[in-house]
Ligand binder design. Structure first.
Ligand code: ADP
Ligand code: TRP
Length: 321
């Protein structure tokens, strides 16, 4: 079973990225081959500062390695180090109906927010399909927001296979119930673009402040809260605290008697402990710049070996050879 996923270096990674995409990806290392990459070409659709892209790419690499990506087991690289993906994007693009791309939620959301509609933004799902198909991926762990993109990848692969003969593996997305959409501080989906994130490796003081600042309703601590499971702090506590601890806080909130301040304090403490070992590992890795460069260079070489074969297969199928 080959698992693949990518994360854009478009900002600092948050616990929505961690629970939605990274944790399932890291756990998948026990069940077969894993291909994980930093989607720097994709980040060009939203970020135009080269220094920022370089800094974020390095930071995302450190985050993955600190959180348990094992480069001996997994292939880990930077997307742009394997430019074959651009050739495959073109090939796939010639079979991708305009209507399919016009229906993409992420494209519609971004243009609705006023992001100028350029070709890259519109073609984003084709590049993502190329990422996935280039490595014969079978499973793609992502958050729910990316489900449609993986479905588009399936459509494109099937279309290609019908037009040119069996060439690509048709992949499946892997979306975990319970973490499909991690809520942000304001209750909306946690996202870099909404400014409602808790970073995986946030600084202690400012993260505590963010968590203590979560806005709650005006019910008194004594009042029972029959809707306790909808509380953002409770939902996040279920991710970072042991199951019985989170269940106990939820039950106390429901019954009445637990104040929001105490709940938020508990959330901060459990968040902080959950990532403590990873934080230490990250500090250690950050002190060794060569190591990260070497991991990515080695990953690019291994990824490229696979990519070269698959692109050749695609070229052959469509008569480019
Ligand atoms: P953002 O919305 O912050 O820009 P990305 O789009 O870069 O995040 O997401 C990278 C990965 O993390 C994707 O697989 C995405 O589905 C997952 N992800 C992002 N936010 C969340 C969330 N709030 N809950 C679950 N998964 C998420
Ligand atoms: N589009 C994904 C996101 O924003 C990132 C990504 C790019 C990706 N290529 C991929 C995810 C391939 C999974 C597989 O989150």
């Amino acid at each position: 079973m080959r698992t693949l996923t990518g994360i854009q270096p478009s900002g600092t990674l948050h616990i929505g990225n961690y629970f939605g995409a990274m944790l399932p990806a890291i756990q998948a290392q026990n069940r077969g081959e894993c291909f994980y990459f930093i989607a720097d070409y994709h980040s060009m659709t939203s970020l135009t500062d080269p220094a920022e892209r370089r800094k974020n790419s390095r930071s995302v690499a450190l985050d993955w390695l600190a959180c348990g990506l094992d480069p001996k087991h997994s292939v880990f690289w930077k997307q742009s180090d394997v430019p074959e993906v651009c050739e495959l994007t073109w090939i796939l693009g010639t079979l991708t109906p305009m209507g399919l791309l016009e229906r993409a939620h992420s494209y519609k959301d971004k243009t609705a927010k006023g992001i100028p509609a350029n070709f890259g933004l519109f073609a984003y799902p084709v590049l993502m399909a190329a990422d996935i198909l280039l490595y014969d991926s079978e499973r793609v762990p992502v958050g729910k927001d990316q489900k449609q993109h993986v479905e588009m990848t399936r459509d494109i692969a099937i279309k290609f296979n019908q037009a040119y003969g069996e060439t690509f593996v048709v992949p499946e997305s892997e979306i975990r119930e319970g973490v499909a959409t991690v809520p942000g501080l304001d209750g909306q989906k946690m996202s870099k673009s909404y400014g409602n994130t808790i970073d995986i490796f946030g600084e202690e003081k400012s993260t505590r402040k963010k968590i203590m600042g979560i806005v709650m309703d005006s019910r008194t601590p004594a009042e029972p809260k029959p809707d306790a499971e909808k509380n953002v702090a409770v939902q996040l506590l279920h991710l970072v605290a042991p199951a019985e601890v989170a269940a106990d806080y939820e039950a106390r909130l429901r019954a009445g008697g637990l104040g929001y301040g105490d709940l938020k304090k508990a959330l901060f403490e459990h968040y902080w402990n959950y990532f403590a070992l990873y934080r230490a590992k990250r500090t250690e890795l950050a002190a060794n710049a060569d190591y990260v460069d070497q991991v990515l260079a080695d990953g690019a070489r291994r990824a490229r070996d696979v990519a070269a074969d698959v692109v050749q297969r695609a070229r052959q199928a469509c008569g480019l050879t």
